[in-house]
Design a protein around this ligand. Structure first.
Ligand SMILES: Nc1ncnc2c1ncn2[C@@H]1O[C@H](COP(=O)(O)OP(=O)(O)OP(=O)(O)O)[C@@H](O)[C@H]1O
Length: 342
């Protein structure tokens, strides 16, 4: 069996304090994240704002230096890339950002925008114009857009151009960081459809970062749920949506707006979390969700959860009980005196 396209093991990215002469602790934006993605598959990384999703992507692509852990691309260690590896990363791994407007130079026509990566990667001059047209066509735009400037395009069209630019260097892996969140709802679905078509045509592998769970269910093979720098639950998307176990996943899923009977069927009982996400500079002891968790027991504040596997899903929760498929047994146990528990 071939190696996963991307493998991330116990990845950490801690940001030191901005100011000197301060003893502020580092921000543990990513604090021990592991996952892998096979060729042609999509892993969705979901979680509230500030959970560390973008930092994972930026560390993979070497915008941020890794604090600790391992990143492998096509089986090769690229954690602290040497020069040759930087070139590979720049051509084979592409990052697509959420805001299509800020990623496009307002003074460049779409043609010029798309020519830049072709020149940079040494595509012969005589082939470039044909490649630009081909890239535009792939993302559903015609040659009439070549002479236009970004301000003449809608948000969805700009994101199509961004995707075309990412595809210009024929990447294997796209890190899609909220690629639809700056777009109207009707346009979001079209961009997701386009990404799905491109994946099928070109055999691309995706890390799809989003806080919009409604986009994930039909799109991602696997889903990892991130909270305060850690993955809390991870597994096949269908299984995770059908039987969410972690209180954080359940709270996220219960907050998705219901638009169909199918949505309703997936919606777990509402278990709202208390309060706000703490600062990554002041991570709670034990399970980092415990101050907000409706199921937290005393134990949860004192020890780190171990990863447990329930079917194909990995769950990091002390309070979740696999035997009863719920939390009641543990809560009952927590309410008895220590010696009474069997
Ligand atoms: N350069 C940096 N210096 C210090 N702290 C940072 C830096 N970049 C990110 N952080 C902090 O790391 C945490 C995670 O941020 P990140 O942007 O990765 O989260 P996210 O889940 O992608 O959220 P969003 O969807 O809002 O982008 C946040 O608390 C953020 O303030």
């Amino acid at each position: 069996m071939s190696a996963p396209v991307l493998e991330v093991k116990n990845l950490k990215k801690h940001f030191a304090s901005d100011g000197w002469l301060t003893d502020e602790p580092p921000a543990k934006a990513v604090d021990g994240v592991s996952f892998s993605i096979d060729e042609g598959e999509t892993l969705a990384l979901i979680g509230e704002s500030g959970s560390g999703k973008s930092t994972v992507a930026k560390t993979i692509i070497d915008i941020h230096e890794t604090t600790d852990g391992l990143i492998r691309y096509q089986g090769e260690d690229i954690t602290n890339p040497i020069r040759r590896q930087v070139e590979t990363i720049r051509s084979e791994i592409q990052l697509v950002f959420q805001d299509p407007t800020s990623c496009l130079n307002p003074r460049r026509t779409i043609r010029k925008t798309l020519l830049v990566p072709l020149k940079a990667t040494g595509v012969p001059r005589e082939e470039r114009e044909a490649r630009v047209s081909e890239m535009l066509e792939r993302v559903g735009l015609t040659d009439e857009y070549l002479r236009k400037y970004p301000h003449e395009l809608s948000g969805g069209q700009k994101q199509r151009v961004n995707i075309a630019r990412a595809l210009a260097v024929e990447p294997q892996l796209l890190l899609l960081d909220e690629p639809t969140s700056a777009l109207d709802v009707s346009v979001q679905a079209k961009i997701v459809d386009l990404l799905a078509d491109l994946q099928e045509e070109l055999g691309l592998t995706y890390l799809f970062i989003t806080h919009d769970l409604s986009l994930v269910r039909n799109f991602a093979d696997e889903t990892a749920v991130m909270y305060l720098g850690e993955i809390q639950e991870q597994g096949p998307t269908e299984e995770l949506f059908e039987s969410p176990r972690h209180p954080y996943t359940r709270a996220l899923l219960s907050s998705i707006p219901v638009t169909s009977a199918a949505d309703e069927a997936y919606r777990p009982e509402s278990e709202p979390l208390r309060g706000e996400v703490p600062s990554p500079r002041d991570v709670p002891s034990g399970c980092r969700l415990h101050p907000r968790c409706p199921h937290a027991t005393e134990d949860c504040s004192m020890r780190q959860p171990d990863t447990r596997h329930v079917n194909d899903v990995a769950v990091n929760c002390i309070a979740y009980d696999d035997d009863t498929d719920g939390f009641d047994a543990l809560l009952d146990a927590a309410n008895t005196t220590p010696g009474d528990a069997s």
